[in-house]
Ligand binder design. Sequence first.
Ligand code: 4NP
Length: 151
Amino acid sequence: MQIKVLMVCLGNICRSPLAEGILQSKVDPDKVLVDSAGTGSWHVGNPPDPRSTAVARKYGLDIGFQRCRQFTVADFDQFDMIYVMDQSNYNNVVQKARDPSDSAKVKLLLSEGNTIETEVPDPYYNSEDGFELVYHLIDQACEAIVTNLTL
Ligand code: 4NP
């Protein structure tokens, strides 16, 4: 059986495209499918922010083919696990849950692993440094996810 994991942030152009690319790179695509979405609709159809594409490329990942889409209620049916980047994303996603089994799928990404930080900060209005930090926070959480998945 294939496990389906959805990464969610606000715009789906900075953090969740990186999370999609990083986790997908660590797993067998036959066993784990990773996608991403945003709670907002501003950037639907657009590629990731060039700063996310650049930091991904620096670490050997291509995320430039991804296209932004908005989170929908149907994602609760499609995905087994839904990881959000911050508390605001959590509230936005859980607000759309139809029942407790929908809500139970939603977790803060940094609840995996053991960083002091609990949220992946929104880097949109930051410098390139913000994207470097975001990359490493997401990467360590994805390592923990892979370690914990019994594939
Ligand atoms: P993301 O960052 O949630 O990591 O994709 C953002 C991207 C765009 C906007 C906000 C956050 N925006 O307001 O357009």
